[in-house]
Design a protein around this ligand. Structure first.
Ligand code: AMP
Length: 133
C-alpha cells in the first residue's frame, strides 16, 4: 500500500505544498514544531532515508537545501534546523524547522496549532521565495 506521503504526491491527500520538481516534493508538516516546519521527500517511496540510492539521496539533500533557503527567507528565524526521524511515516523525509533557539528542535514539545488560513499563508510565502530562486 502506498505511504501517506506517496498519496500526498499523487494528490489523493491534500497538503500545503511549498516546492516540487520531478523527483522531490516539499510541504508543511501538519503538526509543526514551529511555523514553517517543512518536510522534504523523494517522490520515490523508500522507507529509510539511508536506503535511498546514492543519486536520489544526494538530490534529496540538494533539494532540501534550496527549500531551507526559501523557508529562512519566508519565516523569521535564526537558522533552519534539520532532523531525520522517520518514527511515524515509513517514507524517507527530512524535517526543516525554523529555529529561534535549540529548544525549537525538541520533538517532544507540544506542537503548534495553526489555522488552515495560516498554513496557506506560510506555504504561499515559502513557495514564492522558492520560485524566485
Ligand atoms: P517522523 O516519521 O517521525 O519523521 O514523523 C512524521 C512527520 O510527518 C510528523 O511530524 C507528522 O506531523 C508529519 N505528518 C504526518 N502526516 C502528515 C500529513 N498528512 N501532512 C503533513 N505532515 C504529516
Amino acid at each position: 500500500m502506498a505511504s501517506i506521503f506517496s498519496r500526498i504526491v499523487a494528490g489523493e491527500i491534500p497538503s500545503w505544498k511549498v516546492a516540487e520538481d520531478e523527483r522531490y516534493y516539499a510541504f508543511l508538516d501538519i503538526n509543526p514544531l514551529a511555523e514553517g516546519h517543512t518536510l522534504v521527500i523523494p517522490k520515490k517511496e523508500v522507507d529509510y532515508i539511508f536506503d535511498l540510492d546514492a543519486e536520489t539521496y544526494a538530490g534529496l539533500w540538494q533539494f532540501a537545501g534550496r527549500v531551507a533557503k526559501a523557508v529562512r527567507e519566508a519565516v523569521p528565524c535564526k537558522r533552519v534546523g534539520v532532523a531525520v526521524l522517520g518514527m511515524e511515516v515509513p517514507h524517507a523525509h527530512i524535517h526543516l524547522v525554523p529555529l529561534q533557539s535549540e529548544a525549537d528542535l525538541d520533538f517532544r514539545k507540544e506542537k503548534k496549532q495553526l489555522s488552515p488560513e495560516r498554513f496557506a499563508e506560510i506555504a504561499a510565502a515559502i513557495a514564492a521565495a522558492f520560485n524566485k530562486q
